[in-house]
Design a protein. Structure first.
Length: 228
């Protein structure tokens, strides 16, 4: 009879018998082998699926690049005006040289007139685009385009003078654009000139301070040595 004193040993014997039977069973061995093979196939299929998904993304990216490259320059210019920071001077030259000036200027004018009040970043970069367009047409001696674009630049500057525009955290790129603009556009609001000059003065002071710190403190000297 089984009692509490030998019941545990009895269960151990049953488990041992079960393990021995499994070790000797060809069915168990075959089942384990089939499972391993199936798991291997799953791993291989997973790798293939991952590779296929990566390739799919590459094809999508390539397709979009091809589609984008096939857009007429004027279409890309129109879309780029929504994010004027993305427009380069080389692209501006391409647009000016490949399309009628009335169409180019009309698109720029439309973007300026639809610019949201208070969008300082877009207004500043759009001003840069307008100035570069103006310069291109000045070289072509197109006075009509020049006058329209000059007025668009003034309109943007008046908008930048709105009370809805905040000038906190003016970054270096914005300040450099504004520095260029204040010397190239007539009738600049005086406060804009003061803001730009103040920013550049502060930035210059910060650079001088960093250089002095680097040359006169152990921490700064160590930092300079690591970077040279």
């Amino acid at each position: 009879m089984l009692d509490e004193s030998n019941f545990s040993s009895f269960l151990d014997e049953l488990k041992m018998e079960w393990r021995n039977q499994m070790n000797l069973s060809p069915d168990v061995k075959r089942a384990k082998l089939d499972l391993k093979q199936q798991q291997k196939k799953i791993r291989e299929l997973t790798r293939e699926l991952n590779n296929a998904e990566n390739w799919e993304q590459e094809l999508i990216k390539t397709g979009k690049q091809i589609e984008e490259s096939m857009k007429p320059p004027l279409m890309r210019f129109y879309e780029g005006l929504e994010n004027p920071d993305s427009i380069s001077q080389v692209f501006i030259q391409e647009v000016v040289n490949s399309h009628q000036w009335e169409k180019v200027v009309s698109l720029a004018k439309r973007r300026v007139f639809h610019l949201e009040t208070g969008d300082r970043n877009s207004a500043i970069h759009l001003t840069w685009v307008v100035i570069k367009l103006r310069d291109e047409y000045v070289e072509k001696k197109n006075t009509e385009a020049e006058e329209i674009l000059q007025e668009l630049a003034r309109r943007l500057l008046r908008q930048l003078g709105s009370t809805t525009v905040t000038w906190e955290k003016l970054n270096e790129k914005e300040a450099n654009i504004m520095q260029q603009v204040v010397y190239e556009v007539d009738n600049i609001p005086p406060f804009i000139r003061r803001i730009v000059e103040s920013y550049l003065t502060q930035e210059k002071s910060r650079i001088v301070y960093r250089e002095a710190w680097a040359q006169t403190t152990p921490e700064g000297t160590e930092t300079m040595n690591r970077t040279t």
